[in-house]
Structures are given as C-alpha cells and as structure tokens.
Design a protein around this ligand. Structure first.
Ligand code: PHE
Length: 342
C-alpha cells in the first residue's frame, strides 16, 4: 500500500465516523459505533493500523503521523457524542412549566362543628350577643346549686354525670361541696358571667358539654351547646321568641318553622322547649325560659330590678339540620371522606 492510499483510507474513516457518531442518540448506539471504529480487536482503526506495516519504510513516519491525527479525531468525536447524549438525557427528565396554573394541595378543612360555632357566633353577634367562654371542668355550685337545682334533683345523679376524682379519691358523694364534674350544660357560664358583671348582660357561650349517654344517631357523650343570656331591666318572653326566631331563620333559612312548648327547667320560669321543623317533623333543639329569680339572687342580682331570658341549643343538631347529616356519630368518627365535604 502506498502512502496516498493509506491517507485516503484514513480520511474516509474519519468521514464515516463523523456521520455514525453524530447519528448515535443513545448510549447503546454510541457504544456500537465506538466498537466499530475504535474497537481494540477488529475496529476499523485497528484494521488500518495493521496496514501501516505495508507502507514503504521512508513513508512510515508520515503514515504514523496521519494515523495518530485520525485516531485523536475519532476519540474527540466519541467524547463529543457522549457529552451530547448525557445532556439530552438530563433534558428529558421531569419538566416544569412555570407558566402553568398551580393547584392547591389538600391542606385539610375546619371541622364542621367548628365551622358551625363560628357561623352561630357571627349571627348572634349581629343580634348584639358577645361570645364568652367558661371551663369544661366545673364545680357543683356552677353546674347545679346556683342554677337552682336542688340536691335531690335527678339531674345531679352520678349516673347522669361525669364526676371527677378529688385528691385521687372517686367522688361517690355527688353532693360534696368540692365535687368536680365535666359540665353537663353550658348554663354554668350564665352563672360565671353574672357573678363577674352587673347588668345589662347580653352574651352567648358555645362549648362542649358531657353526659354519659349511649352513642346513637342522635346522642353522643360529648356534644356542644350554644347558651344565650340576656339580662336587663325590661326583657320579656317576647324578646326571647323574637331572638330565637331571628336566629333560626338566619341559620336555617327563612322557611324554617319554629315552635315553643311549655316545659320545666329549675333555672327558668316559665320554661319552654324549642322545636324546629325538619323534614316535616318537629324536633327539639333545646330549652329556654325567663331566668328564675332564685338564680338571679344566687349571683347577687335583684329580681325586682332586673330579669331576662336564657336559652340553650344543641350545636350538633343545628349543624346536622343545616347540612342534612343524619347521624351525630359521623361528626366524631374522623373519617376524612365525611369531613372533606365541609
Ligand atoms: N341547660 C338546658 C339543657 O341543657 C337548656 C336550657 C338553657 C334551658 C337555658 C333553659 C335555659 O337542657
């Protein structure tokens, strides 16, 4: 082989390699091209190298030079293609388009009872009632005695209340002066408010109450009440009925039917039970009445000077009526499929 043919073969080799390395788009294809051109045993460069020995001796130096240039060129082509394939792979990873509108991850929702409490506070706030709070662990004075509930009243029965222990000892004497219990009604807050403020008083209190009831679709051992209290010089039954009617239509809609039935509570006289209509049926939502003079006296008010009304409504019932929930237990199962709907 003469030097001219040898150089021509090298040129042809470089040209073919340029084409084949450029065409390789995957690591596998590039590896195939590498073996074809630079393979140590039978690559095309190796084949040409073997022909170097057939050159006339005075051309070997020129031939070696040309061979080395071609070899370097091939190695460069290989490196370029490796780089190109690597950066292509990086580009095809997960792509982010910053111009697309985002979507909000699910962060959870406010519990339906908390939503209801906020809604009720807003409605009653518009009617001039300020929201106040009281403790859930109460003493017998605030839960019973000041509310005119005598010692032998069945409402004080240990079987109907969650009495707590005092100094590690179970309270079996529910009449003990220092007996503590989980409050069974929010009427306790009436007493606390009146003990600490002089009339006029216009407040609501929303919070948990506890009764050892068997859980069923309409009962749960813990539930919420909205207590209302309005004491002033001339508050009468007409105010009570107007406030509850305004409240009911604001929360349940203008078509809601409301009814008052004569009833009895130790802390109100006269007393009524408050019913709303639900699916054509009357259902009790709570109790109300004119605050009993004994209660006013217990907190140091003069029943000859001031008086007013109190009411206590079941928050769960209101929430259930508004949202069509038929089982109170659904509110406390912590089933996200239920809660996400609110
Ligand atoms: N505390 C009563 C109950 O839990 C409701 C009520 C409150 C009745 C205020 C009259 C006045 O059943």
């Amino acid at each position: 082989m003469d030097i001219g043919e040898f150089k021509l073969a090298l040129e042809q080799l470089v040209q073919d390699a340029e084409r084949d390395f450029a065409a390789a788009n995957t690591p596998d294809a590039l590896e195939q091209a590498r073996v074809a051109y630079l393979g140590a045993r039978s690559g095309r460069l190796k084949t040409i190298q073997k022909q170097m020995g057939t050159l006339p001796p005075d051309c070997r130096k020129e031939g070696g030079l040309a061979f080395n240039q071609a070899k370097q060129r091939l190695q460069q082509l290989l490196a370029d293609s490796q780089q190109r394939i690597k950066s292509n792979a990086a580009d095809s990873g997960p792509q982010i388009d910053p111009t697309l509108p985002g979507y909000r991850p699910h962060l959870g929702t406010v519990h339906p009872i908390t939503q209801t409490i906020e809604h009720l506070m807003e409605i009653m706030g518009r009617l001039g009632f300020a929201a106040v709070e009281g403790p859930e662990v109460e003493d017998t004075w605030h839960n019973f005695i000041a509310l005119n509930i005598p010692e032998d009243h069945p409402a004080r029965d240990p079987l109907d209340n969650f009495y707590l222990t005092v100094a590690g000892q179970a309270i079996d004497d529910a009449d003990a002066k220092d007996a503590r219990l989980l409050r069974s009604q929010t009427s306790t807050v009436q007493i606390r408010v009146m003990e600490n403020a002089s009339p006029p008083v216009r407040v609501i209190s929303l919070g948990r109450v506890y009764r050892p009831d068997e859980a069923d679709p309409t009962h749960f051992p813990m539930f919420h009440q909205m207590e209302g209290l309005w004491i002033d010089r001339e508050v009468h039954m007409g105010h009570l009925k107007s406030v509850l009617r305004l409240f009911a239509t604001a929360y349940l809609g203008s078509d809601v039917q409301i009814r008052f039935r004569p009833s009895f509570f130790p802390f109100t006289e006269p007393s009524v039970e408050v019913d709303f209509q639900w699916n054509g049926q009357w259902m009790e939502f709570g109790g109300a009445g004119m605050v009993d003079p004994n209660v006013l006296r217990a907190v140091g008010y003069d029943p000859e000077e001031v008086g007013g009304f109190a009411f206590g409504l079941g928050v769960e019932r209101l929430c259930m009526r508004r949202h069509g929930v038929t089982d109170i237990r659904d509110l406390y199962r912590n089933d996200l499929r239920f809660l996400h709907q609110f």
